[in-house]
Structures are given as C-alpha cells and as structure tokens.
Design a binder for this molecule. Structure first.
Ligand code: SAH
Ligand code: SF4
Length: 341
C-alpha cells in the first residue's frame, strides 16, 4: 500500500489520522508543528513522541513531496532560484529573494500554464497539471530547510494561474498562515491572478484576507487580448467591475501589476488610459519592466517609465516600479521555465 503523505494535510486531517491509530488527538497538533514549523523530513526527528508512535507513523506515512534538483544563486547573492522534481517526474520552480529584512518566496501553483500570455516564459510551455496544496507549501518548506532561513513573505506568482487551481491554492495558503505552522500572516501572502473573474468573486465572497493582485498589463481591451488571450473570456471592463467588487466589499486595497514592454504598452496614451481605469479604486500599481524571454520584445527606457508614472502622481493611487531580481539567473517575473537553461 502506498504510504500517506502528510505534507499538505490540514490539522483536522492529521487529527483523524492520529485518532485512527489509537493515539490521543493532541499529538496531531504536535505533528503539525514538527512538519510545518520545524520542517522535519523524518519521523525519527520527532523527539517528543514515543518509539512506538514513531514506528506507527513510519509504517503508515511519509513527509515531503518536492525534491530540490538544482539551485542557482544570482551574482548579488540576493536571489536563489530552485528547480524541483515532483513524484511524477514533472519539474517546477520557485524563487527566494532577500530585500533588507524581507525574505520572500515566489511559489508555483501549476506545472506550466494554459493561458499563454505572449510575454511570459511559463505561458510558452504547455499546461501539464495543477499542483496539490502539499506541493505548493513544500516548495517553501524545502527552501527554509535548505537555506536555514525563515521566510517572511510569500507571493503566489510563480508558474501557473493560481485561480485556476483555487481550492489547492487556498488550502496551501491556509497551511502557510496557520499559527501552529509556518505562521506567516495572511497580509504577507499575495496571490496574483491574470483575472479569472468567477474566482475573484468567490475570493471576495469567502472574505479571504490574503492580498490580491491582478495582472492588468494593458488598459485597452484589444491590446490586452493580444497580450493575454484570457481577456477574450474575461474582458477588461468586466474584470474592473470584479476588482471594484473586491475593493468595496473587502475594504482592502488591490494591486494591479503592469508589465511594461517597449513600444507595446508603455506610451503616454497607455498611461492616461490606465489612470482613468483605476482612479476610482483603492489600489496600487506595480510597474514591472519586461524581463526578456526572447529577442522579440524589450523593456522600456527609464525615461519612458518616468513619463508613464507622471499621470498617477495627482491621483490617490500608489505607483511603484518593481526592481527586477534575479534577471541574471532567469529567476525574474515571467522567466520561470522548467528547464534550467
Ligand atoms: N498567472 C498569474 C501569476 C504568475 S505570473 C498572473 O499572471 O498573475 C506573475 C507576474 O509576472 C504577472 O504579473 C505577469 O504579468 C508577470 N510577468 C509575466 N511575464 C513577464 C515578463 N516576461 N517580464 C515581467 N513580468 C512578467
Ligand atoms: Fe500564465 Fe501568468 Fe504567465 Fe499569463 S503571466 S502565461 S497567466 S503564468
């Protein structure tokens, strides 16, 4: 019989497991803490359990779902990119970034992505499958263990579209924020979506407190469809209504990401249109100068970026330019691809 994998199990699931082997329920909370807080990989490490209980667990279960195959460190030592292998042989990536006191991991949610945005390396791969909650949280646990660090922030912005794998992504976030586990606060976890409208509504109605980011990337309906084919299914005007629904109901700010590509969406007309689109929303704009994935497109010049920002300065909208981290190791936004090239 294949052994149960405990990575990805909720506390309640561990409680039923522990009770099913005739052990007291409180042991489950201890086990949960060993797995998610201390990041153990072997039941031998559970020193406060009897030998008998440890043996019961060894016979029944195992820990860990992803194996680090490779790790690359950027030249400034501030970014590490990890390549993992999954049990079925598929590969995924995640990234660890240091920025002063902040230690952020960027996690993947799918193997590949079906949405094929034309500026994204993940979009150029085929979609293979969704990740399980265990595979999502284990990327973080493996990084903490390998680098001996405590992660402070999580961005769900790696490979894949998180809102097309909603249940497993929310389960993973709930495990990451659980106070007996990794215990990263919900407002330190950001989920980025390309704009899956029904999931944005569900996220709002569920009263989720995780931070929400939407990859806007264009303020024109047609331009957005060219860049992001998903816009044909979930058009910009409806997406903005969903964003408004979220900000008014949750009372939280929303972040709009905008990948700036030279000659594509970096003009003054684009900036004015974007300003008009977002000005009535409680929001923040994150400009991401395009990170090259091929020779067809390039990032804008600094002057273009500065000019683009100008129309927002009089508005009640925070706008910032995301520093590109890990470009020299292809670990920056949009560069995640499952072969380490
Ligand atoms: N699928 C989700 C989350 C992963 S993509 C989404 O699209 O939001 C994470 C972010 O990287 C998105 O904001 C996306 O627009 C951005 N991105 C993709 N390719 C990029 C590239 N080549 N350069 C800069 N940012 C890119
Ligand atoms: Fe998928 Fe996001 Fe890349 Fe688009 S930008 S292809 S939605 S991962």
């Amino acid at each position: 019989m294949e052994k149960l994998n405990l990575t990805g199990m909720t506390l309640e699931e561990m409680e039923s497991l522990i009770e099913s082997i005739g052990q007291p329920r409180y042991r489950a909370a201890q086990l949960f803490n060993w797995i998610y807080k201390k990041g153990i990989l072997s039941f031998d490490q559970v020193t406060n359990f009897s030998k008998q209980l440890r043996q019961q667990l060894v016979d029944l279960a195992q820990i860990g779902l992803v194996t680090i195959e490779k790790q690359i460190v950027s030249s400034d030592n501030q970014t590490n990119k990890f390549l993992y292998k999954l049990a079925d042989g598929q590969c995924i990536e995640s990234v660890y970034m240091i920025d002063r006191k902040r230690r952020t991991v960027c996690l993947s949610t799918q193997v590949g992505c079906a949405l094929a945005c034309n500026f994204c390396a993940t979009g150029a791969m085929d979609f293979k499958r969704n990740l399980t909650a265990g595979e999502i949280i284990d990327q973080l646990l493996a990084i903490q263990r390998t680098l001996n660090v405590e992660v402070t922030n999580v961005v769900i912005m790696g490979m894949g579209e998180p809102f097309l794998n909603y249940d497993e992504v929310m389960k993973a976030c709930d495990l990451i924020s659980h106070d007996k586990g990794v215990a990263i606060g919900k407002r330190k976890i950001t989920i980025s979506t390309s704009g899956i409208i029904p999931a944005i509504k569900r996220f709002t109605d569920d009263g989720q407190r995780y931070k929400l980011a939407i990859s806007l990337n264009a303020a024109h309906e047609e331009k957005r469809s060219q860049m992001m084919p998903i816009n044909k299914k979930y058009p910009l005007n409806e997406l903005m209504n969903a964003a408004k629904y979220y900000t008014s109901k949750s009372r939280h700010r929303i972040t709009f990401e905008y990948v700036m590509i030279a000659g594509v969406n970096d003009g003054m007309e684009d900036a004015l249109k974007l300003a008009k689109l977002v000005k009535s929303l409680k929001c923040k704009i994150n400009l991401i100068p395009y990170n090259a994935i091929d020779n067809h497109q390039a990032p804008p010049s600094e002057e273009k970026i500065n000019a683009f920002i100008r129309p927002f300065l009089n508005l009640n909208v925070v706008i910032s330019v995301r520093k590109s981290k890990g470009v020299d190791i292809n670990a920056a936004c949009g560069q995640l691809y499952n072969s380490f090239n």
